[in-house]
Design a binder for this molecule. Structure first.
Ligand code: ADP
Ligand code: MG
Length: 576
């Protein structure tokens, strides 16, 4: 319940819209009651064969209420849908803005299907928040108040009696419904999330599942989940269908009670009004029909809200400073005694790492896989804060910069490139939305993708699947080039290219970085003399540091990596 209140707080801006819709809904039902009451009046009166003019009031009432009911119902639909969609878009924006700072460190813990379900499913299920949860009780209250007043003009006793029946309907029906359907709405949401996660995994990993012959197993599990969802939906439907008969029973109970009450009082109440009163009692129950539904929706909305808040309330791994410092012109980078352990990891990824890269310097970080190379980049981009130690750019702690500014000024080509299922042009424009086609073509050429020059409108397939691994990587390079950042970080940027192409692209990039600070991360040691300095990482620590020739002369870790990769060792073994 507190989730529902919190959700209401988020959409409070639309309170007047909600109120307007509720009032229109009330007016529509009220006109319905007016229509029935006027009709009952005409019919009863007509039975007494009065002169025509005595029926006039009733006839006018039927006309006015008849037309008003349609018009008001239409307006109510219009306003309540408008309100619903405004609420939905507000919630979407709120949710997106709240989770954006969590990326990527915190969001890594969630499966993409689960996230998708929260963004689309959970928020969509809040579509009912207004129309099914907030509006019905409001309308019911207004409508019953109207009938209490109406009947009160005959006798306060009538008001009291109707109030008792209304109270039973308002409290009893929802309680019964809540009792019989408890857990179903939340259960359906939980199962849908599971189905969504599994479906996405299945589709994305279809080729692997097929390879290992696991498609059937996955399909069966999906079918089981689907069957369970169906079972819960059936239960929900049965409870829902039971509302009308039960409400009908209550309504008829009220009618009988009123007849019993009116019959002895025949002298006091004019016969014509007997029918009017009975009809008003019947009509007043219309407003109570949606109430039990509201209870089920409250449960569903609270569950959806809980799942949204769970994400939204996660503190981001890094917080943007309140008053960020401007990004410095001096783009030297330094790590001082930096240690870092990933959440849930048992060994530190970096252990007291210190390194400095001067402005314009070209430095390579090499080391076996898992030695912490990419972690250096993750920390530099401030995706994670270091556990201890200091990372500075231009001598200022990077915690003092706006994380967005850091990412703008560092051009990165990472190990994994995400291409959107759009055209080549759209994917390139991501890094610089205002680039013109000539700039795009130039970037493609520099990245070694001349062949794409004239295919800017080509669709790259889902996740860029219609491109080869090497092409995807070169797309990432082209994107980085367009960004034109002063600091460039290449993390295994040519790992998916063949040796010759990889070397060509790398040479081009080093030339491009002429004035820029360049940090190259690689485990393949090729043409290492083009870097001013090489930092050798091993198990999160610096093993050696220096220019290529010097490191080779030292005959240490680097030299053995080098000779292993250049088959010297194998050759020597063969010679020996
Ligand atoms: P490299 O890039 O040198 O291959 P990484 O910096 O990616 O190595 O990883 C260093 C260590 O941190 C590895 O042991 C790896 O398993 C671990 N690691 C990397 N990313 C994560 C992560 N997101 N969560 C937990 N552990 C991670
Ligand atoms: Mg790596």
């Amino acid at each position: 319940m507190k989730e529902v209140l919190r959700l209401l707080g988020i959409v409070r801006a639309y309170q007047w819209w909600m109120l307007l819709a509720a009032v229109l809904g009330f007016a529509a039902i009220g006109s319905g009651i007016g229509l029935l009451v006027s009709a009952a009046y005409i019919l009863s009166k007509a039975a007494l064969h009065p002169p025509l003019f005595e029926l006039h009031l009733g006839i006018v009432g039927v006309r006015i209420f008849g037309i008003a009911r349609g018009v008001l119902r239409y307006l109510e639909r219009l306003v309540s849908h408008n309100t619903t969609f405004r609420i939905l878009s507000r919630l979407r924006i709120w949710f997106y803005q709240s989770i954006e700072p969590l990326s990527p460190a915190r969001l890594l813990q969630y499966r993409s299907g689960d996230l998708l379900q929260r963004i689309s499913g959970d928020i969509d299920s809040l579509e009912n928040l207004y129309s099914r949860v907030i509006a019905p009780p409001l309308t019911a209250l207004l409508v019953s108040a109207l009938t209490w007043v109406l009947l009160g003009t005959f006798s306060p006793l009538f008001s009291l009696l109707l109030f008792v029946f209304h109270a039973i309907a308002a409290a009893g029906l929802p309680l019964l419904s809540a009792y019989f359907s408890r857990g179903t709405a939340a259960g359906i949401i939980a199962i849908r999330r599971e189905i969504q996660s599994m479906s996405i995994d299945c589709i994305q990993g279809l080729s692997d599942l097929t390879l290992f012959g696991r498609v059937k197993e996955h399909t069966e599990k999906l079918n089981r989940l689907k069957a369970e969802e169906l079972r819960l939906q059936r239960k929900q439907a049965i409870v829902q269908r039971a509302h009308e008969p039960v409400a009908g029973l209550l309504m008829n109970g009220a009618v009988i009670a009123f007849i019993l009450l009116l019959a002895p009082a025949r002298g006091e109440i004019e016969g014509v009004f007997t029918a009017v009163i009975i009809i008003a009692v019947i009509a007043s129950f219309e407003a109570f029909l949606p109430l039990p539904d509201a209870v089920q929706h409250i449960e569903a909305d609270a569950a959806a809200g809980r799942r949204l808040f769970e994400l939204v309330d996660t503190p981001p791994a890094v917080a943007a400073p309140r008053h960020p410092e401007p990004f410095p012109a001096n783009r030297s980078v330094s790590f001082e005694n930096v240690s870092f352990t990933y959440p849930d990891a048992d060994t530190p990824a970096l252990k007291g790492l210190s390194l400095g890269i001067k402005k314009g310097e070209k430095v390579a970080i090499v080391g076996p896989s898992g030695s912490g190379k990419s972690t250096v980049v993750n920390l530099l981009l401030r995706f994670w804060p270091p556990d201890s130690g200091l990372i500075t750019i231009g001598g200022t702690d990077i915690a003092k910069f706006d994380p967005e500014a850091i990412r703008q000024h560092i051009g990165v080509v990472g190990q994994r490139t995400y291409l959107f299922s759009e055209t080549i042009r759209d994917n390139l424009l991501l890094s610089r939305p205002d680039a013109d086609d000539n700039e795009l073509k130039k970037a493609l050429e520099l990245a070694g993708l001349e062949t794409f020059r004239d295919k800017l409108d080509r669709w790259v397939g889902q996740h860029g699947m219609s491109l080869s691994g090497g092409e995807r990587q070169r797309m990432a390079i082209a994107r980085m080039l367009l960004q034109n950042a002063p600091i460039i970080v290449l993390d295994e940027a040519t790992a998916n290219l063949d040796t010759l192409t990889g070397q060509q692209v790398m040479r081009g990039l080093v030339r491009y970085c002429n004035e820029k600070t360049l940090l190259v991360i690689t485990h393949k040691l090729r043409e290492m003399e083009q870097y001013d300095r090489i930092i050798v990482l091993n198990k999160g620590k610096i093993a050696e540091e220096g220019p290529h020739e010097e490191l080779l002369r030292q005959k240490g870790f680097y030299a053995s990596m080098w000779s292993l990769q250049h088959n010297d060792a194998a050759a020597k073994l063969l010679d020996g």
